[in-house]
Unconditional design. Sequence first.
Length: 154
Amino acid sequence: MTPEEKLISLGIQLPEAPSAVANYVPWVQTGNVVMTSGQIPWVNGEMAYTGKCGGDVSVEEGYEAAKVCAINAIAQLKAAVGNLSRISQILRIEGNVHSAPGFTGQPQVLNGASDLIFDVFGDKGRHTRTALGIFEMPLNAAVQISIFAEVDSE
């Protein structure tokens, strides 16, 4: 099953790749590696999850926010390479979790992104990851992730 078919089977329709909100590009490719900019939980042009995990955002809500970020990152990868079957390996997810003081559940929150990436890409979705808690987040987003992916030549 292709990644696109897997998305359909999961009931996920990829959105248009979100535009940059400042002076940067949404993704860049160098050689066979595509890197996305930080993806936040935009849904239909609205921020779906705001606030601090471990405060006004539960771990479960943070997990869902990370899934939305991963969907947006997959949309960026698709914009970059055209066909998601060209992704030969997801190399890394870098995640920032907007965290209340004392919150240490960043790995559980970012599992939302990791689980979805594995569900879509299978073994090609096994990746390294950084899970950081930060005190403030752009636009008060609950989570932000970036993905690094290796791409097969056309």
